[in-house]
Design a protein around this ligand. Structure first.
Ligand code: MLT
Length: 407
């Protein structure tokens, strides 16, 4: 019989979102007439921007002609998309990133897992707690951790707690970690990092030769102009950070799939005593394991940077941020302690009367037919919290708030 990757057996029962789906399915089976409102998984609901749709239609027609047809594209992405990103997301903010340091991909979730392919197994790793579960689970799957304990923490990973008492600000470690995962605006807490906080992380990473994996999938939701959108806005970050970005949440591409990862050519790692640049390893990895994102989708992503595209995504983001505001103000007035939801599409709520996160999940599901995400699913320090996502129609968000406030 074939041997399996036994590291998978160390994983906790289920990935958070499938477990939520399982409970919803069970509930819907029991109560088929219930009118469920889903504010759980951060999946967008509003239609694709017109500029993206138009660009994709043109691309499809092109593919139907002998001259316009394209087969395999470059594994790293088409240069016109990489250049648009470079100009609009980086050079415009003073980040000296070049187009060939940007790799187009089918998702930040995939890239933040795949990056482990080019990193050694002996690295000491730190994550925040709560944390986007993908960072942890992919380390488990690739044999970088030991077993899980009762609170859901894996041996071999270090968890830096973020909670209301420390203002959801992870304390800079005193010891050396080789690899640190940071996500800002933060999923799940909705917290953001100031320029000074990011600069402290960059100083730390430079001091210890650490690598920061910086997930900025929600940067478009930042409203406060003083908050950096990219870690490369911080001097020195090109020597110590990889950044993950996505079109999923800003342009509604969760189903279309397009994202990008920035690997500066200045980033170095070690193989034994030999210095190696990470760009070359990632380029090699992508060329071997990935055939690129399809042409049509990349044309759709490029249209995000057109004048119409920019205006349309701005409207989408304000729409979701208005939802976030509705959630925050309603729940605050109802006496809940609500964090986030100002520069991020997630409200992070303290559960009432010290209810556990899953008990509150079941309570809301049963009593209000509203689905959220239990904070404990993001880590032990998320216990006693609950996440509501602003990604839904206005009608559903208002209805959900009415139901919760009435409870
Ligand atoms: C979430 O709800 O945390 C996100 O949808 C997860 C993701 O983007 O993969």
């Amino acid at each position: 019989m074939v041997q399996v990757n036994a590291d998978y057996l160390k994983l906790k029962a289920g990935y958070l979102f499938p477990e939520i789906s399982r409970r919803i399915k069970e509930f819907s089976f029991k109560y088929p007439d219930s009118d469920l409102i889903r504010l759980g998984i951060g999946d967008v609901t509003e239609p694709l921007p017109m500029a993206c749709r138009e660009a994709m239609k043109v691309a499809i027609e092109e593919m139907g002609t002998a001259e316009g047809f394209r087969g395999y594209g470059p594994e790293q992405g088409y240069s016109w998309l990489r250049e648009s990103i470079c100009l609009n997301d980086y050079l415009s903010r003073g980040c000296k990133i070049s187009a060939d340091e940007i790799f187009i991909s089918d998702g930040s979730k995939c890239d933040s897992s795949n990056i482990l392919d080019i990193l050694g197994k002996e690295n000491k790793i730190a994550v925040t707690d709560p944390v986007y579960p993908v960072y942890v689970d992919t380390n488990v799957m690739t044999g970088r951790t030991g077993e899980v304990n009762e609170s859901g923490e894996y041996q071999g990973l270090t968890y830096i707690p973020i909670h209301s008492e420390n203002g959801f600000e992870a304390e800079i470690p005193k010891e050396k970690f080789d690899l640190i995962y940071l996500c800002f605006p933060n999923n799940p807490t909705g917290a953001v990092a100031t320029r000074e906080q990011l600069a402290s992380w960059v100083d730390y990473a430079k001091k210890y030769n650490s690598l920061i994996l910086f997930d900025a999938a929600y940067e478009a939701f930042i409203q406060d102009e003083s908050i950096p959108h990219s870690i490369y806005e911080i001097e020195g970050a090109k020597d110590c950070a990889i950044e993950f970005r996505s079109f999923s949440k800003n342009a509604g591409f969760t189903g279309i799939r397009c994202a990008f990862t920035v690997i500066p050519k200045t980033l170095k790692g070690k193989a034994g005593n030999k210095e190696v640049d990470l760009w070359s390893l990632w380029n090699r990895r992508q060329s071997t394991k990935f055939n690129g994102v399809n042409y049509i989708v990349q044309r759709g992503a490029e249209a995000v940077y057109s004048e119409q595209g920019q205006a349309q995504i701005k409207r989408l983001i304000s729409f979701y941020m208005d939802n976030a505001q509705i959630i925050k103000s309603n729940l605050t007035s109802a006496g809940f302690e609500v964090f986030g939801a100002i520069n991020a599409p997630y409200a992070w709520i303290k559960t009432p009367e010290n209810m556990s996160s899953w008990d509150f999940f079941d309570f809301l599901l049963k009593k209000a037919n509203v689905v959220g995400t239990p904070g404990s699913g993001f880590g032990a320090a998320g216990e006693g919290y609950f996440r509501l996502s602003a990604f839904n129609s206005r009608e559903n968000v208002e209805k959900a708030m009415e139901r919760i406030v009435k409870l």
